[in-house]
Ligand binder design. Structure first.
Ligand code: FAD
Ligand code: MLT
Ligand code: ZN
Length: 484
């Protein structure tokens, strides 16, 4: 009798992994929080291959877990561990990384068509080679894929200026759970022809279909960029700086990020060659990036002047106490490296409890004042690691063990705090009108918690969409939708 995977192997010679050791890297997520089991890992080369796999899975009632770079923070890209005990067969992990072609770039239309498995960095490089900017930017860009970015509606450090992944996509190509290929690769800025299927698939975390290609929006390449790290007493002063900065420089303000001194210490302790770029430690730092178009020789000087004027004025008011401004590419990259290495450095000191929260920007100082105090009182074992995209209201309000408590023997005790700590933080976020997942999606991590904050009607409508587009429930089971 031929097994299920033998049938699949006949179609996908050399593209199917079934050996436990070969499959292992595809079954544990980046944070090492979830390890699942799979029937096989399939690595298709084309959208037609994907359609063939999904047709086979549909015929055999085999679930599918789409996977890009597997850098997601919410456990969406690996089989859900408890689904191994459920009635369904084990899933296929569908790795999209071999769908890695840039199909076309149209600089005049400011669009490009790329396959789902192209890494974000390769997308940026292809745009740049054509004299254009693809502005989505995040620390995992060397590994994460554009398919994963769209499936999770990723945010990153340029949302303030360019929007999140959803706003950067004009069209999609998708394989449905039945194995049909939908060509929605429209390169139009305007297309009001009924329900927006593209927006349905973006942010659906692989639960409705598989994205195989996308049309992306491109922008003019900046002629010059500069970044400053400004020391500020608190997020009140950081926010006081935001509106005047936008009024003064407008769209040239392309990033407005924050980090605490705890983050700065974690990075300087764990990343060789990094150092605090200002003399005195400060409770908070803001990273401001300016990007200028125009003639490169003039733009450089213009960008530096703009930044100096901005920070000079902020120092006079006392909002900024000290600052370091990049004067060349090496300094620009060194300042960005501090921000980009926070997640890795936090992972180096033990397990993390993450809160990817969005708040109205105006509420952030009050939220921090009351919630920081409540955590310090109720959870003295917790070291807060707070940073994020202040310009768009998204904080990574994370927690680590206190120094010296990060070893494996203390991990279980620390992770036992997750439930009560989540409750405290998410209730506070809700009270301030915020969201418990700003950019990382629900996956497994926030799947059930999200039900506390959505109305029965909203949940019913979401389930109706799932039922309509994935009637057999084969796409990424036990992700995104609350189990009860
Ligand atoms: P995966 O992790 O493989 O998958 C994510 C989800 O999408 C899963 O549910 C998966 O099933 C689904 N999926 C993947 N590909 C497809 C496809 N082709 N079709 C359908 N479904 C698919 N995220 C941010 O938003 N902003 C940040 O600033 C940010 N910074 C990060 C920094 C670091 C150091 C790391 C490790 C991660 C960071 N992330 C950030 C999280 C992560 O990088 C993003 O969520 C990214 O978009 C995931 O892409 P991926 O290819 O790795 O997707
Ligand atoms: C980032 O912005 O660096 C990531 O989204 C945050 C995280 O790792 O929590
Ligand atoms: Zn982030």
């Amino acid at each position: 009798m031929t097994s299920l995977t033998d049938t699949l192997r006949a179609c996908f010679t050399g593209k199917l992994l079934t050996d436990a050791a070969d499959m292992a890297p595809f079954l544990t997520d980046w944070r090492k929080m979830w390890t699942g089991a799979a029937l096989a890992v399939v690595q298709p080369d084309t959208a037609q291959d994907v359609a063939q796999v999904l047709t086979w899975c549909n015929a055999n009632n085999v679930p599918v877990v789409p996977q890009g770079g597997s850098t997601g923070m919410s456990g969406g890209s690996v089989p859900e561990p408890s689904s191994a005990n459920a009635d369904q067969p084990l899933p296929i992990v569908l790795s999209l990384t071999r769908l890695n072609k840039v199909r076309s770039v149209d600089p005049q239309n400011n669009t490009m068509v790329v396959e789902a498995g192209v890494t974000l960095q390769a997308v940026q490089e292809a745009a740049c080679a054509a004299g254009r900017l693809f502005p989505l930017s995040l620390a995992a860009e060397g590994t994460c894929t554009i398919g994963g970015n769209l499936a999770s509606n990723a945010g990153g450090v340029q949302v303030l200026r360019y929007g999140n992944a959803r706003e950067l996509c004009l069209g999609l190509e998708v394989v449905t759970p039945e194995g049909e290929l939908w060509d929605g690769l429209r390169t139009l800025r305007k297309d009001n022809t009924g329900y927006d299927l593209r927006d349905m698939y973006i942010g659906s975390e692989g639960t409705l279909g598989v994205i195989t290609a996308a049309v992306l929006k491109l922008f003019p390449l900046p002629a010059a960029q500069t970044i400053a790290l400004a020391a500020v007493p608190s997020t009140r002063e950081a926010l006081a700086l935001l509106n005047p900065a936008q009024s003064r420089v407008g769209a040239a303000l392309t990033a407005f990020e924050v980090l605490t001194d705890t983050c700065m210490e974690l990075v300087t302790d764990h990343v060789p060659g990094t150092r605090r770029p200002v003399t005195e430690a400060s409770p908070w730092y803001v990273l401001l990036e300016l990007s200028i178009t125009g003639q490169p020789d003039q733009a450089e000087a213009q960008a530096s002047q703009m930044m100096e004027d901005l920070l000079g004025a902020a120092m006079e008011t006392g909002w900024v106490t000290d600052a370091a401004i990049s004067a060349n590419l090496a300094q620009f990259e060194a300042l960005w490296a501090i921000r980009e290495n926070i997640s890795e450095s936090q992972s180096a000191v033990g397990k993390t409890i993450k809160h990817d929260i969005a708040l109205p920007v105006s509420c952030i100082p009050d939220f921090l004042e009351s919630t920081d105090a409540a955590i310090a009182q109720a959870f003295p074992q917790v070291r807060q690691v707070v940073f994020g995209h202040l310009g768009d209201g998204n904080l990574h309000y994370n927690a680590s063990p206190q120094p010296g408590m990060g070893s494996a023997e203390h991990a279980a005790a620390f992770l036992a705090l997750e439930g009560p700590l989540n409750k405290l933080v998410h209730d506070a976020v809700h009270a301030f009108g915020g969201s418990i997942s700003a950019e990382h999606g629900l996956g497994v991590l926030r799947r059930d918690e999200s039900a506390r904050f959505k109305s029965p009607l909203e949940l019913k409508l979401m389930r109706n969409i799932k039922q309509a587009l994935d009637p057999k429930g084969l796409m990424n089971p036990a992700k995104l939708l609350p189990l009860n």
